[in-house]
Design a protein around this ligand. Structure first.
Ligand code: NAD
Ligand code: MG
Length: 382
């Protein structure tokens, strides 16, 4: 089997590290030809030393590149991932940067790589139809890495042309799932970062606690699978054993199950259309004994409802939702606002930033700037 050359953008993060673990275990199948990160230079240096990529990038330039790493082509600054991708000659790009900061890289990956492996859901939430239309025009697959979307993608294999009634995204419910409303509003950073089933980066873990993550995933599913908001449902499933489901018109429901381990969906996208040999933890059904399901509670987690509303409104609204959320989550993580304000800031931005059609990437960034300015105004008052 030919070795696939993979670019890993966001190589020092939770997704990036797990992808590199798979590269390490399968040197015959994969090589990492491009690695980029934000500012964790020491960590990136040691990865470059180990994987010897063609190109590497750091968004925040370090004081110096170690002598033994100078044969690698280095790129610095906010566009480092774009330029490193252009230099690397990768077959596939794993886009695992967090936030709209990764949108340009997804855009470039569609131009220069055969496959785009998408973890960076915010790029699809904001880039929306522009990204999916570009992928379609270039006939490049956007392979989902998000576990729910990987599950749906796997359920849809072999289902070509069969009428689908709805997609059902499962949600763990996040760290505050069973908390009463007043307690949720005052949750501390350490409470919020204690996710019950998955270990992930900080931003997405906060998004799980507000359930914004599930809202972003509904928007992501809409773009990946061409389904309207009305045909995408969310069900809270605390065990995170069923990763998501597809219901067909004949009433049959297909589900994908597994232990919560992101190396499953990451490896599936990396090896697609094949599957990897991987010594994953196996499900022990007798031990699991029972699976629970419940409706999401929009009273306690209103931001999930705001995201679905933004998807229905279309235009600039998903970008506004995302931009306000990114600003609010950052402020919460820096102790500048209480947890309960995150949803309020999103609500305020959706009400105040003007709606408009999004025709090009410049329109995306304009709506994002306006949403952040609106959010910052509230954050500054604290
Ligand atoms: P993380 O914070 O652990 O890692 C983010 C990575 O991106 C880091 O390597 C960081 O250095 C890099 N980065 C940030 N800004 C950058 C920039 N401007 N240029 C280059 N690199 C930059 O985040 P994560 O949990 O790995 O999540 C990454 C993406 O994958 C997010 O969009 C998240 O929603 C999605 N995702 C993550 C998981 C998970 O299990 N962690 C699951 C599903 C989806
Ligand atoms: Mg997910």
């Amino acid at each position: 089997m030919e070795q696939k050359k993979i670019a890993i953008l966001g190589a020092t993060g939770s997704i990036g590290s797990q992808a590199l673990d798979l590269v390490r275990r399968h040197p015959d199948r994969f090589s990492a030809v491009c690695l980029t990160a934000n500012r964790s230079s020491e960590q990136l240096f040691s990865l470059v030393r180990e994987f010897r990529p063609v190109a590497a990038g750091l968004a925040c330039a370090p004081a110096e590149i170690p002598e033994d790493l100078r044969s690698c082509a280095w790129f610095f600054g906010p566009d480092c991932s774009v330029r490193a991708l252009e230099a690397a000659g990768a077959d596939a790009a794993l886009c695992a940067i967090t936030g709209i900061a990764g949108l340009d890289a997804v855009w470039t990956a569609l131009d220069v790589c055969g496959q785009v492996l998408l973890a960076n859901k915010e790029a699809l939430v904001t880039g929306g139809d522009l990204v999916t239309e570009k992928a379609r025009a270039l006939n490049k697959p956007l392979l989902p890495v998000d576990s729910e979307h990987s599950a749906i993608f796997q359920c849809l294999q072999g289902a070509a042309g069969n009428p689908i009634r709805r997609l059902i995204l499962t949600a763990s419910g996040g760290a505050l799932r069973d908390w009463p409303k007043e307690r949720i509003d005052a949750a501390r950073v350490e409470d919020v970062l204690r996710h019950p089933t998955w270990s992930m980066g900080r931003k997405i873990t906060v998004d799980c606690a507000t359930m914004v993550n599930k809202g972003l995933e509904v928007i992501e599913a809409h773009h990946l699978f061409g389904m309207p908001a009305e045909q995408i449902d969310v069900v809270v499933h605390p065990q995170s054993v069923i990763h998501s489901m597809v219901e067909f018109r004949d009433g049959a429901v297909l589900a994908q199950l597994g232990c919560p381990d992101m190396r499953g969906p990451i490896g599936y996208a990396m090896a697609y259309p094949g599957r990897l040999e991987y010594d994953a933890r196996r499900l022990d059904f007798a031990k699991i004994a029972s699976l629970q399901f419940m409706e999401p509670d929009l009273q306690r987690f209103p931001a999930l409802g705001y995201a679905i509303e933004a998807l229905r409104a279309g235009g600039a609204m998903p970008i506004v939702l995302n931009g306000a959320n990114e600003a609010a989550v950052d402020a919460f993580l820096h102790g500048r606002i209480p947890f309960g304000r995150i949803a309020e800031i999103i609500r305020d931005a959706l009400d105040r930033v003007p709606q408009r059609p999004i025709r090009c990437i410049a329109d995306v960034y304009q709506a994002d700037r306006e949403a952040r300015a609106c959010a910052d105004e509230i954050i500054r008052r604290f």
